[in-house]
Design a protein around this ligand. Structure first.
Ligand code: AHR
Length: 494
């Protein structure tokens, strides 16, 4: 089968905000304890942070990390996680039925974020938490000094304000599973009052209000409309969450990116409706702050343990291809999606897996994230794509899914392409005449005969990208062959 793509340099979607390459660490399972933090591990530094994990997080290229949850957030008292470690209380975490030792809190996580060269996106509890407690956390983190909470931060080792700029006002408050779940009116009012207080403490911060926790929620998209009607003036972003899993039909699973795009477009439309209603000049942007493949049907309970092995999905090559499709869709919508977080980072539905007292490996999904973060820079282009289609449960689905980016600073132009056909390769002609004389400088591909292959501690390189000989142009047109079920990164330069 054939496909054709034409790129016009000035035909652009928008700037890619680096915050689209965020991730997420929740106090859940082994994400924190025996994930990023394991005192006594041979690779742990003096603060208990595992250096092998630090190196992998740096390699992954994560731009910011949302913390501390997640469902955990809605029962969390941030004050439990500050001060001398020996006097911190062990608590029941009702969200995940675990025991929380509180050995890591905001001070430690802030230090870890510096170690990995990224920044914290903080979150305030809108379940059991009050607007007052949220504002106190803001004062603790961001107020310079001379008040009770800011002076306590200084006493706890952080003389300078943390300067955390992005804050989530709760987590998935539309979900019946959430601790102290609220309906849209109650959340909208609480979020508005909390947001006012947060911005009074520090008017330089940006706030994300809770949108629908999935497009399958019965309250979607009515929830989003109501919440925005309360919070439009104080909010900077509305959140979207979405996870996909293979329910038995590979074509449907591979088409997940189509559903993600519909979700983004629907929420954008809801935002624009409220913008019109409010006669506002502000356009609400989106924070897709939880996305991934997640086999939710396979969860095993481990009740009332400390750092239990919860939702440690093992990702196959097929999962990585679906994941790549989702990441590309975020880039194709970068005019509205300014923030995104791969959920999560270590052990819990994560690109990085660790063993307690042992090693750390890259899962298959590590690679698409790494290459998108590393190379999708500058602006996203809007190519003209002529591709064959298949029918999936999401309707007409292109076999060739593609995104392209151009970074004027280094003159680099990158094409990311996914062939979701399970049976046929695609011969694709890439027409780059509008770029003048360019050559392909690198071609990386993720593919394999066995799409069920997974990386394990015994075989950590079962799924790894390979390098292909770059194609040579003929009159500004490159012809490339994309094998069935393969993902590609093609870099072009002068
Ligand atoms: O990422 C795992 C969980 O998924 C989070 O705690 C929650 O926000 C979502 O339902």
């Amino acid at each position: 089968m054939n496909a054709k793509v034409t790129f016009i340099k000035n035909f652009q979607i928008g700037d890619i905000d680096r915050r689209i390459f965020g991730s997420f660490v929740e106090h859940l399972g082994r994400a924190v304890y025996t994930g990023i933090y394991e005192p006594g591990h041979p690779q742990a530094d003096d603060n208990g942070f595992r250096q092998d994990v630090v190196e992998l997080v740096k390699e992954l290229g994560v731009s910011h990390v949302r913390y501390p949850g997640g469902n955990f957030l809605s029962g969390y008292d941030w004050k439990d996680g500050i001060g001398p470690k020996e006097s911190r209380m062990r608590r029941l975490d009702l969200a995940w039925k675990s025991i929380e030792s509180n050995q890591v809190g905001i001070d430690e996580f802030y230090d870890w974020s510096k170690l990995v060269g990224t920044f914290v996106t903080a979150a305030v509890n809108m379940g059991t938490g009050t607007p007052k407690e949220a504002a106190e956390l803001m004062e603790y983190c961001n107020y310079p000094g001379g008040t009770y909470w800011s002076d306590l931060r200084i006493k706890n080792g952080h003389h300078d304000p943390m300067g955390i700029k992005l804050w989530c006002v709760g987590n998935e408050m539309d979900g019946a599973w959430q601790i102290c779940h609220l309906d849209a009116d109650d959340y909208g009012k609480k979020a508005l009052e909390t947001a006012k207080m947060l911005k009074w403490v520090d008017d330089s911060v940006e706030l994300v209000v809770c949108g629908s926790s999935s497009s399958w929620q019965p309250t979607f998209p009515e929830w989003d409309r109501k919440v925005l009607e309360y919070t439009y003036d104080v909010a900077d972003y509305i959140s979207l969450h979405r996870y996909y899993e293979n329910e038995g039909n590979d074509d449907d699973f591979l088409a997940s990116f189509v559903d993600m795009e519909h979700f983004i477009h629907t929420i954008s439309a809801v935002c624009d409706y409220v913008k019109a209603l409010k006669r506002s000049t502000k356009t609400m942007m989106l924070s897709f702050d939880e996305w991934n493949v997640w086999y939710q049907q396979h969860q095993a309970p481990h009740d009332w343990m400390e750092a239990p092995p919860l939702i440690e999905d093992r990702y196959s090559l097929l999962d990585a291809l679906v994941f790549a499709g989702l990441g590309m869709t975020l880039i194709n919508n970068c005019d509205r999606v300014k923030i995104a977080c791969l959920a999560q980072l270590v052990n819990v539905i994560a690109p990085i897996l660790t063993e307690k007292d042992g090693g750390a490996i890259r899962q298959s999904i590590f690679y698409p994230f790494k290459y998108l973060s590393q190379y999708a820079k500058g602006v996203a282009l809007k190519p003209v794509i002529d591709t064959p289609f298949i029918e999936t449960k999401y309707g007409k689905t292109p076999l060739l899914h593609l995104c392209a980016t151009y970074n004027e600073a280094d003159g680099e132009f990158v094409v990311f392409a996914l062939n979701i056909s399970r049976v046929e390769s695609l011969t694709v002609s890439l027409d780059m005449q509008s770029f003048g004389a360019v050559k392909m400088i690198e071609h990386i591909s993720l593919r394999g005969a066995d799409t069920s292959a997974v990386n394990t501690f015994a075989r950590p390189d079962a799924v790894v990208p390979i390098r292909i000989t770059p194609a040579v142009a003929s009159a500004g047109v490159f012809e490339v062959r994309l094998e069935q079920l393969s993902w590609h990164v093609m870099r072009f330069g002068r």
